[in-house]
Design a protein around this ligand. Structure first.
Ligand code: CAO
Length: 424
């Protein structure tokens, strides 16, 4: 049995943020019906194409374990089918531009009339306010949520991060909102609206940077390198380069081979609890007792000197050797892994975080499996659906269309090419 078995999701999502949310729910056992425009589908199917004619990795890696139904929600018969989906499902998830559902004729009020138990979950770029009507993509959210202004080096421009905190991060937030609303519905019997604005999701992930914003009032942020460099702080949290975001100073340091390998680096944290072991490992045993080095606070204005010395040592080792030497001493370090190294990692394959998936158009591709492991709800990663692959199945088995009624809906053109459905 899967955790969300029996939960039916009307998946009206596209691109990245919404699909990551419904993919997680599918992995936890929900039955996810991805509603796509006939003949077109989710725009990502044909974006960043690497195998001509096949669904892109952009699409396949975000839409596992779902069923696809083609449906024109602006056509009268299409609206009828959509109404039946709303009646049948527990959750509607959407990330259209603001107002798109209303323009289709499915306002929250109308949805509640159709099914008062339905939970309607939305990703939008911004919450209510002056930007609520704006369309938003990943990097806009990173910029508006405080990530870009706090990422990068002080003497360079703001930088966006490769981790898709605006899209996939918001998808995660939304998934939590949905399961919470499902839990509340157990007791209230009512659905509710769940909204996850991308700006808010990024702000939530930048919580520690807003912590630092307020700490500025009490003086310089001593764990930032610029403190030791004597560079004054301005009125907002600055970019911290690779400084640690917490109370234990850390840096990215060069390792053996850095001259030719762009990822021959390690993260190295000078955790106070293991300072003495660090001193021994790098060959500076006198720093254990030396004034100005022995106590954590004394070290804060010397971080450049300390990390330069540690780097002299890390540069004599590969990033994996640093890990092997430091781990037995409980010194927190981590190799900078390339995407290639991650995809080849045997351990990640054994846990199902990196998986091989078979696809009829693409052959085998590598994907990222479910990152959250439930001991009583195992996940099998299934390939993403082809466009409209399950239209007939969903109309018949989920929505109960049969005989002339089914023929009428199919002939209307609202659910894709009639020939395609008859052939199923
Ligand atoms: N049948 C008929 N019409 C459909 C349909 C279907 N099955 N599915 C979608 N449409 C229509 C929508 O109703 C909309 O029509 P209107 O403009 O007449 O209302 C139209 O397709 C386009 O939808 P959209 O505006 O959502 O899509 P877009 O490509 O123009 O914008 C995006 C994309 C992501 C910028 C926008 O959807 C958005 O801001 N979403 C919210 C924030 C978000 O999730 N962003 C992250 C995206 S991932 O980086």
């Amino acid at each position: 049995m899967k955790a969300l078995e029996g939960v039916k999701i009307l998946d009206f999502t596209h691109v990245q943020s919404g699909p990551t949310c419904t993919q997680l729910l599918a992995w936890f056992g929900a039955d996810v019906f991805k509603v796509e425009r006939p003949g077109v589908g989710d725009a990502t199917r044909k974006q960043l194409v690497d195998v001509p004619g096949a669904d892109s990795l952009y699409f396949t890696m975000l839409n596992h374990n779902k069923r696809s139904i083609e449906l024109n929600s602006k056509n009268e018969t299409g609206k009828e089918v959509l109404t039946r989906l709303i009646e049948t499902c527990d959750v509607l998830v959407e990330n259209f531009a603001p107002g798109a559902l209303d323009r289709m004729g499915f306002s929250w009020e109308r949805i509640q009339e159709i099914n008062p138990r339905l939970i309607m979950a939305s990703v939008k770029g911004f919450g209510p306010g002056k930007y609520e009507d704006c369309k938003v993509y990943e990097n806009v959210a990173q910029c508006a949520g405080g990530a870009a202004s706090t990422t990068g080096f002080r003497d360079g421009p703001p930088v966006v991060t490769g981790a898709q905190i605006g899209d996939s991060g918001t998808g995660l937030h939304l998934a939590l909102g949905i399961v919470t609303a499902l839990y509340q519905r157990e007791r209230s019997g009512r659905g509710q609206k769940v909204l996850a604005p991308m700006q808010d999701g990024v702000i939530n992930l930048c919580r520690v940077k807003l912590r630092d914003q307020q700490r500025l009032a009490a003086g310089p942020l001593e764990e930032y390198s610029q403190f030791g460099e004597g560079v004054p702080f301005g009125d907002a949290t600055p970019r911290a380069g690779n400084d640690s975001g917490g109370g234990q100073p850390g840096r990215i340091l060069k390792c053996k081979g850095w001259e030719t390998d762009p990822n021959a680096y390690t993260y190295f944290i000078t955790q106070a609890a293991v300072w003495e072991k660090i001193c021994d490992v790098i060959g500076e045993p006198e720093w254990k007792t030396k004034e100005g080095f022995a106590k954590p606070k004394e070290r804060l204005d010397k971080l450049n000197k300390i990390f330069d010395r540690i780097e002299q040592w890390t540069m004599t080792k590969t990033k994996f050797e640093v890990m092997e030497i430091c781990n037995p001493h409980d010194i927190p370090v981590g190799p900078i892994l390339s995407t290639k190294e991650i995809m080849d990692d045997q351990g990640l394959r054994e846990t199902g975080t990196i998986v091989d998936v078979e696809h009829p158009e693409r052959g085998t591709y590598v994907s990222v499996g479910c990152p959250v492991k439930l001991s009583d709800s195992p996940v099998e990663v299934e390939r993403s659906p082809l466009l409209g692959e399950h239209t007939g199945e969903i109309l018949r088995d989920v929505l109960g269309y049969t005989g002339d009624d089914l023929d009428r809906v199919v002939a209307s053109g609202a659910v894709g090419e009639p020939g395609k459905i008859a052939a199923e």
